[in-house]
Design a protein. Structure first.
Length: 199
């Protein structure tokens, strides 16, 4: 005999949830959670404007004192030189051709004459001059600016300004050159000295 299949038992289904109602009952923020806040916009401080470069060269303008032609005597090895240009030119020969060095020191108070005398004797210049000239310039400037307090204060008062020896076409090594792209080694040496004097 074929058994009669059992009657299917209906499966009880849970009542449908009202999702909208359930969502309404949720707390605005879960326990232990801080409410979301818009990011705080911090004001970015304005950068101070970069100081204008300071150009020096002309005899009738301020800061001519920074040039080696300015009439400030410098004492080195118990001898006085009329200007720092005299001492710089003499150092091409000191210890190598002392008679030329002494002639440069005493030939004239005019630094241009001292420069011409140094260039006229270029064949007797010490052999390591090209390697040493920036270092020697730094030594000469240190003597000049530490022996004259007015000059020391003038240099320190330039703050963070970039110093440029505005020699134009006349010098693209110590100055900025005709195109403004010269090495400006005198200006750089003065800025290094300025930093040293602050310490």
């Amino acid at each position: 005999m074929v058994p009669t299949p059992a009657a299917a038992v209906p499966i009880a289904r849970p009542p449908l949830m009202n999702m909208n109602h359930e969502l309404d009952d949720l707390p605005e923020h879960p326990p232990g959670h801080l409410p979301d806040r818009p990011p705080v916009r911090r004001a970015i401080p304005n950068k101070p404007p970069r100081p204008r470069p300071l150009l020096f060269y002309e005899e009738n303008e301020k800061y001519f004192e920074f040039t080696n032609l300015a009439p400030y005597p410098v004492v080195s090895q118990w001898k006085e030189y009329p200007t720092s240009e005299h001492l710089f030119q003499a150092k091409k020969f000191l210890g190598y051709a002392p008679s030329i060095a002494e002639r440069i020191r005493t030939i004239s108070n005019d630094p241009r004459v001292a420069s011409e005398e140094g260039n006229r004797n270029s064949s007797a210049v010490r052999s390591d001059w090209r390697e040493k000239e920036i270092e020697i310039m730094e030594e000469v400037l240190e003597l000049k600016f530490t022996q004259h307090q007015k000059l020391r204060r003038l240099l320190l008062d330039t703050g963070e300004r970039y110093l440029i020896f505005n020699s134009g076409k006349y010098d693209d090594f110590w100055g900025n050159g005709a195109d403004g792209k010269g090495r400006n080694e005198l200006g750089k040496a003065l800025m290094r000295l300025r930093e040293m004097l602050r310490q």
